[in-house]
Write a protein that binds this ligand. Structure first.
Ligand SMILES: *Cc1c(COP(=O)(O)O)cnc(C)c1O
Length: 459
């Protein structure tokens, strides 16, 4: 018998969860105006809202918290973090920031100007936000296979070199400050980018003399996929793959809340000293002095350790296998899910799941709410609410796919919890024919409406 995967850690400290009755959940979600962000955490049983900052730290990380050095300048904890990042990525220059979007804010303050065009693979919302805030444009060059849920391409995060070439032909090199490669591609479902593609991007960028920046929140998960799906890397260690990946970039922005396995933090890492010096000024203005940049010494110490743990094969294997275990359970029950499964979440196709609910009534939100009512499991809508309105016409933008994302926090839940989620969603699936109506909007903010929206049930 092949031994199943088992978590390579055990539980030393437990945190209570909050089971609830359907009748209470009905009341709570009504009070929350049918917005899952408005729920209090004790009204949620299993929380799959996000994998960002929700992971569990190890005993070594908690130990490091106790020995963190809180000196304003030159703290030992910063040195530890810097040494870890430099030896892992090869980048000599490091600036800590309080989280990933802060790293974007600092770096783009140096690099992005009004009228610029920044090509990449489905930029993450905050990345796009920081580009558009500077009156520049994010240009999506992801391969077409990424948009086809029936296509099992192993690297759906890849960039299409033809599309990239086209951006340079149309806009010209002068308007392009960098190419951003997001590993894994979050917006796209946590889909990886192959080493082969990273190399193509590198040689393309060299031809034009353009820097390549990685948005590296889930770089370790990306390395795991390369090891598993790209023949040439089968025998490489995760750390060798990570080093090679970053050797193909000029710098990175990082949200440490993902593969750093900490609850808060981020950083910029760079090769170029001039760029580093320029970014330093903005870091001091926006984040803090260059050896802490918005992080406590203890948080930097825990991050240094988290990066080490997060790049071990054993950890990544159990992490990704847990996500794929949940995906497999859902697929086996006939539930429409995006494939191949990504690294950090399973995406359920709400449009196919609830074909009777009109898209004007927010079908993905309807499914996420049904799952909560059924079980206390909190997922998140990746559909029309998130896509927001067209800034000019103010009409709803209907995305091609209405998705519900089940994001799995790192090292937090067990296989039983995955079984529970799958059973809950199966129950909703069994009664899907009876779900015919969705919701309408009572209140929405002019921007980023999904966080604060208020809804009411259609009669
Ligand atoms: C989370 C994330 C960010 C932003 O990081 P925060 O820590 O949430 O500010 C940027 N890019 C990607 C790919 C992310 O997943």
């Amino acid at each position: 018998m092949i031994l199943p995967y088992a978590e390579p850690y055990k539980i030393k400290m437990v945190e209570p969860m909050y089971p609830s009755r359907r009748i209470d959940r009905e009341q709570w979600i009504k009070e929350a105006r049918f917005n899952l962000f408005n729920l209090k955490s004790h009204q949620v049983f299993i929380d799959l809202l996000t994998d960002s900052g929700t992971g569990a730290m190890s005993q070594e990380q908690w130990g490091a918290m106790m020995t963190g050095d809180e000196s304003y300048a030159g703290s030992h904890s910063f040195e530890m973090l810097k040494d870890t990042i430099t030896s892992m990525t090869g980048f000599p220059y490091i600036l800590p920031t309080h989280q990933g979007r802060a790293a974007e804010n600092v770096l783009f303050s140096v690099m992005v100007r009004a009228g610029d065009v920044v090509p990449g693979n489905s930029h993450f919302d905050t990345t796009k936000g920081h580009i558009e805030f500077r009156k520049a444009t994010a240009f999506d060059c992801t391969i077409d296979a990424a948009g086809d849920t029936a296509n099992h391409h192993p690297f759906k995060g890849n960039l299409d070199m033809g599309k990239l070439e086209n951006v340079f032909q149309v806009y010209g090199r002068e308007r392009i400050p960098m190419i951003i490669v997001t590993i894994t591609c979050n917006t796209n479902g946590g889909q990886p980018v192959s080493m082969e593609n990273l190399k193509e991007v590198r040689s393309f960028a060299d031809r034009y003399g353009i820097p390549v920046i990685f948005d590296a929140a889930r770089f370790a998960e990306n390395a795991y996929f390369i090891k598993n799906r790209e023949k040439a890397y089968k025998r490489h260690s995760i750390r060798q793959i990570v080093k090679e990946m970053f050797s193909l970039a000029d710098g990175m922005t990082m949200s440490s809340k993902k593969d750093g396995i900490v609850n808060m933090g981020g950083f910029i890492a760079l090769n170029d000293e001039t760029l580093y010096r320029q970014a330093t000024t903005f870091n001091i203005m926006f984040e803090g002095y260059i050896t802490y940049g918005g992080m406590s010494g203890r948080d930097m110490a825990a991050l240094a350790r988290g990066l080490e743990e997060g790049t071990t094969f054993e950890y990544l294997e159990s992490r990704i296998k847990q996500v794929h275990y949940l995906g497999g359970l859902l697929r086996d029950r006939g539930i429409p899910v995006q494939e191949p499964f990504g690294g950090h979440a399973i995406f359920v196709e709400a449009g196919k799941f609830l074909p009777l609910v009109p898209r004007e009534e927010f079908v993905a939100q309807t499914l996420a709410l049904e799952l909560y009512l059924e079980s206390g499991v909190r997922a998140v809508e990746i559909g029309t609410l998130l896509a927001d309105r067209d800034p000019e016409t103010r009409e709803n933008r209907y995305p091609r796919l209405e998705m519900v994302r089940l994001a799995i926090p790192r090292r937090v839940y067990t296989r039983n919890h995955m079984d529970y989620v799958a059973a809950a969603l199966s129950n909703v699936f069994e009664r899907r024919q009876a779900i015919t109506r969705g919701y309408r909007i009572l209140y929405e903010a002019p921007l980023m409406r999904h966080f604060t929206i208020e809804l009411e049930k259609m009669p």
